[in-house]
Design a protein around this ligand. Sequence first.
Ligand code: HEM
Length: 365
Amino acid sequence: MTRYTDVRRIATDHTTFSNDLFDVTPAGMHDPADTEHQRFVEIASRVLMCADPPVHTRIRSTFRTAFTPDAVERWRGAVLDATTTLLGEFEPGREIDIMPRLAADVPVAVIASILGVPRDVWGNFRSWSFAYASTFDPMVQGERRDEAIRTSLVLFDFLADLAEQRRAHPADDLISTIVQTRTDDGDLLSEAELIAQIALLLVAGNDTTTNLIGNGITLLLDNPEVRAEIAADPALLPKTIEEMLRIDPPLHLTFRLLTKDAIVGEQHLTAGTLVAPCIATANRDPRAFPDPGRFDIHRAENNKHLAFLHGIHFCVGAALARLEGQVVFEELLRHYPDFSAGSEPAVRRTRNAVARGWEKRPVRL
Ligand code: HEM
């Protein structure tokens, strides 16, 4: 589904367009005879992203305090610290591939820091997170999938231990908040539900924010006049990030399962059909955005892009992702105001059906 109004309607009408999708995602492909696969599914299938109300409503209510814009603002220091530490590892004139070096490192360092993961395990945490994320990739099959599932179980066990420690000794971190927050029904999440949601924060937030950074840097390289404008006036950054998210959304495709027959646009669809709302085309629909191919940070109307979607599954981490984007671009322009395209060609990422970003984005700092 490519039109803005259709994508928005699909996201709004969650009774007709269901998120009960785990079994049709690659992460739901498992061998019922394999005990490791079964343990993985027992936890991973609990993610709220693959649930409809009332299960979704109950789990989502536990995020209500942790991710408000005010709460997220308190993480500014952690985001700034992670960004400046990483930027400080380079020097002006040096050429680096921004994707593995900065774009992928910032989100992992930020989430590890705000969750309260001890610094000495950040290296492991990073590779465990990437292994779990890869279980959602249809290209990861056979022995690679077995390996990814084994490593995901290590991540799940690590998160369970950390949750247990924070229950006994609460600290000022996100895991302590989540383990203590009751649902709107007044109960606490089960252990499997809890681990699934914390692990989801990693996969939902890492690759997407990585692509916001890589896509945003590309847009600034391609639009030097915009770059000069925001360098001179960083107060324009929030609007710039929204326009980056509109024109090059990190997640460009998502899925829904039809629960009953429906007409979308001119299409008559039957119950059971898998529908793919395309965020990237909705965000460039000329009926919703005049001159949609233009990177225009001064769009007059409120930028109602769908990069974080809409409705009950609207991205939990939107405020955090926006904050990360603002800090990364402000600090990048401050540390390396003359950054330019590197000598090697940039390479688009093509082997992933849902993510929109760069495999390589060489930059001279
Ligand atoms: C630029 C970065 C990001 C983008 C573009 C993005 C995009 C999205 C989109 C489109 C959805 C809805 C998916 C669907 O319903 O089909 C979503 C959901 C979600 N996102 Fe994000 N996301 C980003 C960053 C983050 C971060 C940093 C976190 C957390 C640390 C996060 C956590 C989540 C969670 C938990 C959900 C599931 C919400 C639900 O099903 O109720 N995201 N995100």
